[in-house]
Structure formats: C-alpha cells, structure tokens
Ligand binder design. Structure first.
Ligand code: C2E
Length: 671
C-alpha cells in the first residue's frame, strides 16, 4: 500500500460554537485530544507497519549477517525504497555468501594440499628407494634418508653439489650424457654405479636411476626429481650367472661356451683382415694317471695349479679356457707369425717344468700342445678346432712335452685315417682279415713250442695290409673290439686244429688296450674257449706295459679275472715302459717278452745287451718265462742262449706265416 497524503477534517465553526460554551470547550478539547491521539496512533500504526517493522527486520538481518549468520527472516521485496534496500542487501548477502563459500573451498583445498604434501614428504623420508631433488642444473637440493644412509652421506654438506658426485669414478662421464638427454628428452633412465661417500670404503652400489623434471605453474623447469632403486643384488646375481655360464667353476678359467664365443669373435676379426691369431689346444700328458692313482681331489688340485700357472704366462687379451677334464685351449690374439705362437707355446710348457705338490706327493707334469693359425690354416670354427686337435696328437706322437703346428700333411694323414676307418668297417663286414702265425722256438732243443697270432688285412686286390697300418685306427674307433673277438675265435680254432693233430703247442694272442679295458672281455674269452673246446692252458694273452699303467687296481682285477679262466698272461714289448720289479710283482703275469728294439742291435750295442741280460735276470728272479722277439741272427740267438733266454721268436727262425704254409717248417713240433 502506498501512502500519498493524509487528510484531517476539522470544522472551525463548530470549534467556535464549542468555545462559546465551556462544556463545549472541554468537549472540544477532549475530542481534539482524542482525535490527535487517534490520529497519532493511526500514524504510528501506519508508520510501524509500513516502515519501522521492515527497518527492524532489515536491521536484524544486517545484524545476523554481521555475526556470520544467515538472515533468519524473509525480507520483503516491495517496490518502494525499503524494498529496494532489502533487495540490495539480499544481493549483497548472496555475494558475501558466495565469497565465503569460495574462500572456504580454497581453505579446504589448501588444507588438503598441505595434508598431501605432508604425506608425500613422509613417504619420501621413509621410502626404501633413494630420492634426490636437484635444481635445474642438477645440483643436489635434497636427498632422502634411505640414500644418505646407503652412501654414508653427510647432510647437508652434499647439498649444492652436482648429482654426478654420487657416481663411481668410472661413471663420471655419464653426467654429461645425462644432461644432454634431459635437455632433449625431458627424462633419463639407466643403471649407475654409486660410490660410497667414504672413499676408503670400496663398497659400490648398482642402482637403476630415473630422472624427471619438475615445472612451475608457468611450465618453466624448476627442479629435477631422481628416484633410484638399489639393484646391486640383481647385478651380483647377473654376474654370478655369467660366471656360471661362462667360467669353469673349478679353475676360474673361461669355459667351453665362452671360449667358443671368443673364437667366433677372433675368426670374424681375422676374416676382416684385422689380425692373425693362434689357437692352442692341449691336455696334460699324465692327468689320467695322477687322477687314477692319487684320486680326484688331487686331480682337481692339479688342474687348479695348472690354470693359475698358465694364466700368469698369458697376456690380458689372450683367452685361456678349460674345455672339460684336462683339456685346455688358448686363443693368442694378434700374433705376428707362427714363430711368435711357437714362443708362447714354449713359454706355456715352461710353466709345467716345476713339479706340482699334491698333498704328500710331488708330481711332474707335461703337455703336448697343438697349434693352428687363423686365418692361414682356416677361418672355420670347427676346422680350426680339428686342426689344433690333430696337431696336438702329432705332438703327443712325437714325444711328450712338445708342441706341433698343424700342417697339410697332418690333415692328409687324418683323412687317410678316416678312409681306413670306413674301409675297416667294410673289411669287418666282408671278413677280409687273416691270421698269420709266427713260431715260438725253444732253442735248447730246437723245438717249436707255440705260435704268435698276427693279424693281416687281405684286401680284395690281394694286397696284404700289415697291422701297423690299421690297428691304431681300429683301436681309436673302437672297431678293435669286434676285430679282436674275431682274432680270438680264429686263434682258438687254429689251436684246436693243432691240438687235434697231436701238437701240444700254445698260441699267443695280442690284446689291444681297448679290448683289455672292456669288462666283457673275460666272459667273451670264456665263451670262445667253451665254443672251440680248447685247453685254456695253451692260450697266452699278450698285453703291453702301458695298458697296466693308469688305473692299476682295475688292471689287476681284469688280469685276475682272465687268470681265473686258466689262461697265461704275457707282457709284450717289455723294457719300453716302466719295467720296474716292484710294479711287476703286483701283476699276476707268467711271461715277459723282451722288446725287439733291445734285440736288434745285439751284439753291437753293449748297452742293449746289458738291458737284455738284466731283463732275463729279473724274469728268472720272479720265476717268469722270458721270450725274446725280433731275433734276426745267429749271434743274437747265441747271446740270448748264453744269458739263459731260451724262448725266441724272429725272422732268423721264421717269418709269420699263414696256417697252410706252417707245414713247410722244419722244426720239431712239441707234442
Ligand atoms: N723286424 C722284425 N720284425 C719281426 C721279427 N719277428 C717278428 N717281427 C714282427 O714283430 C711284430 C711282433 O708283434 P708285436 O710286437 O706284438 O706287434 C704287433 C702287435 O702290436 C700288433 N698286432 C699284430 N697282430 C695283432 C692282433 O692280432 N691283435 C692286436 N691287438 N694287435 C696285433 O701289430 C704289431 C705289428 O705286428 P706285425 O706287423 O705282424 O709285426 C710282428 C712281427 O711280424 C724280426 O725278426 N724282425
């Protein structure tokens, strides 16, 4: 409601008439007063209703807002000045509310951020990863306790120093690379070796390090944060695995796979014309004997000693590997010529000159070294190994403790051996072997007392191949076991025929090392004896001294097994090996055969004559039969007889003959 004016009706005439009468005056006064009061009340009511009440509400609202409360009363929105004031106030209040809410939000956000920062700071401080914060120049501003403890860092002395001061000496160059990468790619990651702060403590830690930038609101680089994990354990395991994969655990030398890798690398370099290298291959001449007699622990100690001696005689760039057992190989890198390789091989052999002490024993050692040169001899891995191996066997054949280079002739000989091997297989299948028999004579009564069976290979073109041309190949390929069984069967059949004619002769059969070491040999012989029905007392098996060396216990066991069959045992080529009385006593043998080499120079060579008479004396002392082989002259026969050696074999009496020609012999045959 809008108040535009107030009209009071007053009648002056009536007022005068009232004055005229007192009563009327009082009435008038009272009336006037009442009217005034009424008007005032009306005015007050109107004022209160229209203005004061609204102002009070507004004041109360202002007061509440001033106290931070919401105005509890609803302010009117009338289209007058007070309504306008109310609206302005409400708008202002809404704005204030909005501002307060915004402020509250900002405060809440700030509190949240502070809480998060506190959590992060705790996480960083207690983290088991290393954390570093640097400025944008990579100078350290913060290092967390984990890292400072790990490296023994003095805080805050390290602050302000470059990040790379934490790196090990070898890693210093990495600092520059890191800076460059960070400029280009914003982050850097890699494995770093950290150095202990105390330089006297040489513990080093491998860590994987990741560096990322921190930017301010404007996006400008302000800091870097680096996180690192200790991976020393992983690196150690890696190293351990590498060692296991590439190094021989006994000697610490490179193993076969590492050696092969190096060989391939060397071949690649030599093929590019960069350099020549030599491949040396060898084993220890006495290793098997030492291992068998002194035991495997002594064998291991020997290998360790050899490895250490060899390592000291080689250059840094050379590779020495133990390929297995007592097999060693060396790659001599960048050699000038063959002569240089030969010199180094000789140096290596010098390493063997000093005997090795193994517990209470002192043993002498030697090595026969095979050498091949790349790229001159070959640039193929397998071929080079084969060449070095061939050269080593040549060195062994030339006497121990020497070295030999691979040559084309060696290769030809090896190829011939291969050819013989394939032909031998065919010869076995086609039964191209024959036995010849050389008489054994007792010169006391000129009586033929037995024969030695000697194999020949009768080729389809009727040529006779002597055993010296194929026995070694048969031995190395194992074919001798098959051939040997045929020899024993044939010799026993021959013996059975001789006995059936009434001749009480013996037959001597040569055993090769491979046959002798075969534990099925006694059973096989027993079976043949049974099959052919021969009297084993007339069977003599010849073995060489070298077969008894090595594992003597096993040899004695085998000899006893053979002896149990009722056969005799003879030591062939006696005098060329150990020939010691003590050693002989241990073996259950019946006969010694003096090697041809001592007989052939009688009577010219006094020394040989002395040896022969000593062997005869020794055999007599041990109550062994003694047979001299290779007797070619009457003088030799006479000398032997004078020295009480009556059993002889040799061209002087008879060449080895095929069975059908034995009837031409004029000797009285023992019956
Ligand atoms: N210069 C000369 N030589 C004489 C004389 N008397 C005999 N010989 C030869 O000397 C060799 C004696 O045989 P060995 O020492 O056991 O040496 C044998 C033996 O080790 C081996 N061998 C021969 N036959 C067999 C066999 O059946 N089995 C095995 N495992 N090896 C055999 O081959 C070697 C050579 O046999 P062969 O060529 O038959 O050579 C035989 C024989 O023909 C002589 O007065 N002067």
């Amino acid at each position: 409601m809008l108040i535009t004016g107030l009209t009071v009706a007053f009648s002056y005439t009536t007022f005068l008439q009232s004055i005229e009468s007192n009563q009327s005056v009082w009435h008038l006064l009272i009336f006037t007063l009442l009217t005034a009061l009424f008007v005032t009340a009306i005015l007050y009511l109107l004022l209160n209703q229209l203005i004061l009440k609204r102002l009070t509400r507004l004041a109360s609202a202002v007061h509440r807002v001033g106290r931070g409360l919401q105005p509890s009363l609803q302010l009117d929105n009338k289209p007058d000045e007070l309504g306008t004031l109310n609206r302005s106030f409400m708008a202002m209040n809404a704005e204030i509310n909005q501002l307060i809410t915004g402020l509250d939000n900002r405060i809440a956000e700030k509190e949240q951020a502070e809480m998060l920062a506190r959590k992060l700071s705790k996480a960083v401080a207690f983290s088991s990863s290393g954390i570093i914060i640097t400025n944008h120049h990579l100078d350290i501003e913060y290092i967390n306790p984990f890292l400072s403890n790990l490296l023994g860092l003095e805080l805050p002395a390290i602050y302000g120093k470059s990040l790379s001061t934490l790196f090990a000496q070898d890693m210093q160059l990495l600092g520059n690379e890191m800076r460059l990468t960070l400029q280009q790619r914003q982050h850097w990651q890699g494995d770093v070796l950290l150095q202990q702060a105390d330089l006297n403590n040489d513990t080093q830690h491998w860590v994987t390090l990741a560096i990322a930038p921190i930017r301010d609101e404007k996006g400008s680089l302000s800091h870097y944060v680096a996180a690192l994990q200790d991976i020393s354990f992983i690196k150690q395991s890696q190293k351990q695995m590498e060692r296991l994969a590439y190094y021989d655990s006994l000697t610490g030398l490179a193993n076969r796979s590492y050696f092969r890798n190096q060989l391939r690398k060397s071949i690649a370099m030599s093929q590019r014309g960069y350099y020549s290298f030599a491949l040396l291959y060898f084993d220890l001449d006495e290793f098997k004997l030492i291992n068998d007699t002194l035991g495997h622990d002594a064998g291991d100690d020997l290998l360790k000693e050899v490895a250490s001696r060899l390592t000291h005689r080689l250059r840094e760039d050379d590779t020495i590997a133990r390929l297995g057992g007592d097999e060693f190989a060396v790659i001599l890198s960048d050699i000038k010529d063959k002569a240089q390789a030969g010199q180094i091989a000789a140096t290596l052999q010098q390493a063997f000159q000093q005997p090795v002490k193994l517990g209470s024993h002192t043993v002498s050692i030697s090595a026969s070294i095979g050498i091949t040169i790349a790229p001159d001899d070959a640039v193929d891995e397998e071929l080079l190994l084969k060449h070095a191996d061939l050269a080593m066997y040549e060195a062994k054949a030339r006497g121990k403790n020497t070295y030999r280079f691979f040559s084309q002739q060696l290769n030809d000989a090896a190829n011939e051996r291969l050819l013989i091997e394939s032909q031998l297989r065919e010869a076995i299948a086609l039964q191209q072997f024959v036995l010849f028999y050389q008489p054994k004579i007792d010169v006391q009564d000129d009586m033929l007392i037995g024969y030695e069976a000697l194999i020949r290979w009768l080729r389809p073109d009727n040529t006779l191949v002597p055993p010296g041309r194929f026995i070694a190949v048969a031995e190395s390929t194992g074919l001798i076991v098959q051939i040997g069984e045929w020899i024993i069967l044939e010799a026993c059949r021959f013996l059975a025929r001789q006995h059936s004619r009434g001749y009480a002769v013996s037959v001597s059969i040569n055993l090769s090392a491979r046959q002798f070491n075969d534990n099925k040999l006694p059973a096989m012989i027993e079976q043949i004896i049974h099959r052919t029905g021969v009297d084993p007392a007339y069977l003599i098996f010849e073995i060489t001294e070298s077969m008894l060396m090595g594992d003597t216990d096993a040899a004695i066991k085998q000899l006893n097994q053979l002896k149990r069959l009722g056969i005799s045992l003879s030591i062939d080529d006696f005098g060329t090996g150990y020939s010691s009385l003590n050693y002989l006593k241990r073996f259950p043998v019946d006969e010694l055969k003096i090697d041809r080499s001592f007989v052939k120079d009688i009577p010219e060579d006094r020394n040989d004559m002395d040896i022969v008479s000593a062997i005869i004396a020794m055999a007599q002392k041990m109550q062994l039969r003694v047979v001299a082989e290779g007797v070619e002259s009457a003088e030799q026969a006479a000398f032997l007889q004078e020295n009480a050696c009556y059993l002889v074999q040799g061209y002087y009496f008879s060449m080895p003959l095929p069975e059908q020609e034995l009837s031409q012999l004029t000797f009285t045959i023992k019956t």
